[in-house]
Design a protein around this ligand. Structure first.
Ligand code: DX5
Ligand code: ZN
Length: 221
């Protein structure tokens, strides 16, 4: 079981892009813990979203930690730009470059918390030799690139395996899940050991952001 109270990180990808500042303020007022920012390059994933310029513009509108999910390749040349833009957490996919350990070192040197992201097809062993370097492990429960996809339930076993690995390490590492998280799938993630949940459509697609965030945090009433 997760050791931490569950945190909810709404994904800005599902927000109204014509009103980003207002959307961020609204989810902060509604009790969101972190702001999840999905950066896509049209190369590592088949979609393009936004980059450091947008993140920097949003930084002054909120105190929420910026949980930046890089779906870009290569990663290293852009790390400084994302740190300077105000990222608190920088997470990347180990497949995005040949030297994930070096990338983690670079993120730490920039003063950010570092995270590794596992695609649905990526094994837990990718994280194992890097566990002493990570602050967050992000499990994708959809294939990255788009919001609004169906939760891939086979990832629950991976979440449970990572929970055991993290607990055995004795390190403070958040175990975050991203993709298709809603009030029905959230309790399954929490039961498997997740302590942090990303949700795009289930928050920004809901009429009441606070009710949506509470439902994901606590599961169905
Ligand atoms: C997918 C992104 C997710 C996505 C989640 O590539 O990493 O963060 O926005 O969206 P929902 O919650 O709608 O599946
Ligand atoms: Zn994401």
């Amino acid at each position: 079981m997760a050791q931490h109270p569950t945190l909810v990180a709404p994904s800005l990808l599902a927000a109204d892009f014509a009103r980003l500042g207002a959307e961020v303020a609204a989810i902060e007022a509604a009790g969101a813990d972190w702001l999840h920012l999905d950066v896509m390059d049209g190369h590592f994933v088949p979609n393009i979203s936004f980059g450091p310029v947008v993140i920097k513009a949003l930084r002054k509108h909120t105190r929420m930690p910026f949980d930046v999910h890089l779906m870009i390749a290569p990663v290293d040349p852009l790390l400084a730009a994302f740190a300077e833009a105000g990222s608190d957490h920088i997470m990347f996919h180990p497949e995005a470059g040949p030297h994930p350990h070096r990338t983690l070192q670079a993120i730490k040197a920039l003063g950010c918390r570092a995270g590794l992201v596992l695609n649905p097809g990526s094994p837990v062993v990718l994280v194992e030799p890097l566990l002493d370097m990570v602050d967050i492990v992000l499990v994708m429960s959809v294939n990255p690139g788009f919001g609004g996809q169906k939760f891939i339930a086979s990832q629950l076993d991976k979440i449970a395996a990572l929970r055991r690995l993290i607990d055995a390490s004795g390190r403070e590492i958040r175990l975050e899940v991203d993709g298709g998280v809603d009030p029905v799938t959230a309790p399954r993630c929490i039961a498997a050991g997740a302590d942090t949940l990303v949700a795009g459509t289930a928050v920004f697609g809901a009429p009441d952001y606070r009710a949506a965030i509470d439902a994901i945090r606590r599961g169905p009433a």
